[in-house]
Design a protein around this ligand. Structure first.
Ligand code: ZN
Length: 342
């Protein structure tokens, strides 16, 4: 433990035991606008709105801040609103699987892009600000929502917003690494995160690629963020292990990408001290038998980001846990310009 390290864990009531260690987190990818955090699943109400209780669990687990993902024009507005209410941050952009929205928009793709541009310009400063353009990118596993060609066109157009506003990119890349890096290179992001063309790098979130792909991204000046989906198989773990400390970030992608007992990450989580395990993975109940204050089975929460960091720590033999968590924190603060968290 570093003595000068700020203590960011939740202020425990005098009767409660102190939380061991100094582990603080910025969950850089959380879909907090998802209705499941209000009790709605597939349009059906299953339990009370428990956003507050969920956030309390996150604070207790050392989650100091979050970046709320915006996946479309509409959702980006919601993300910004929630971020300003809660004192977090947001991204503004359009997810590849929703990129048909550009063509369906009244006024067409140029008007949609202009709306994103205006939204960014109006929210560049202060509490709840936009800290990245995205999530944008390519998803070739899900081309039924938007064909690959449509995805490529609207991914490319969003890069202009990142250059114009000197914002990092929040990138989604699924089974599309080759095309993603080709477009990035063609648009001036071939080195130093696109510094020469006004870019400020970015992060490939929910990374599920190979060690070679990770190396190519890092060499171009991009960070790599991992979550439960990045640690499902032994091959995944080998790729996560290959991420160099200066480029790593952690996230949950909540409510998605929970770590489960069938994942390769499981054997590493088995070594997580119980005092931390109870904070990162609190006891759950099914949505049907919801109890206010309890986590919900199957719904991932940002509190679990510590579990992600723990697996990264276990994959990097000899590197203390605090070193991993502080590096991930520092990387996020620097890339996204979260100066108030320095
Ligand atoms: Zn994504």
């Amino acid at each position: 433990m570093i003595p000068s390290m700020p203590v960011t864990v939740v202020a425990a009531k005098p009767s409660e035991p102190a939380i061991p260690g100094n582990h603080r987190y910025i969950d850089i990818g959380v879909n907090l606008t998802d209705p499941v955090f209000r009790g709605y699943y597939h349009g059906k109400r299953k339990h009370d709105d428990d956003m507050e209780a969920m956030l309390e669990r996150c604070r207790a687990a050392g989650v100091g801040s979050m970046i709320i993902t915006g996946g479309s024009l509409h959702e980006s507005k919601e993300a910004l609103e929630l971020a300003s209410q809660l004192g977090f941050y947001a991204t503004v952009g359009c997810h590849p699987t929703r990129s048909s929205q550009f063509d369906q928009f009244r006024g067409g793709p140029a008007a949609y892009l202009e709306e994103l541009d205006k939204l960014i310009a109006a929210n560049l400063a202060g509490k709840g600000r936009v800290v990245a353009v995205g999530e944008c990118g390519l998803d070739y596993d899900r081309t039924h929502f938007a064909p690959a060609e449509v995805q490529r066109r609207h991914f490319r157009s969003q890069l202009a917003l990142a250059k114009k506003h000197h914002l990092p990119l929040f990138l989604h890349s699924r089974s599309a690494h080759k095309d993603l890096v080709q477009i990035l290179r063609e648009e001036g992001y071939d080195k130093d995160g696109g510094k020469e063309v006004g870019g400020k790098g970015g992060v490939v979130h929910s990374f599920t690629g190979t060690p070679e792909e990770a190396t190519e991204l890092m060499d171009m000046g991009f960070h790599i963020s991992v979550n439960g989906c990045s640690m499902k198989t032994e091959d995944n773990l080998t790729a996560v292990k290959s991420i160099r400390p200066e480029w790593i970030m952690v996230e949950t992608d909540a409510p998605w990408c929970s770590m489960t007992s069938t994942h390769a990450s499981k054997r590493h989580l088995a070594a997580l001290p119980p005092s931390l395990s109870s904070l990162y993975f609190p006891q759950t109940t099914k949505p049907e038998s919801f109890v206010y204050g309890r986590a919900v089975k199957g719904r991932n929460e940002p509190a679990a980001v510590g579990g992600v960091a723990w697996v990264v720590h276990r994959l990097n033999e000899g590197v203390p846990f605090e070193k991993v968590t502080e590096k991930a924190w520092k990387n996020a603060v620097e890339l996204f310009g979260l100066t108030e968290l320095q």
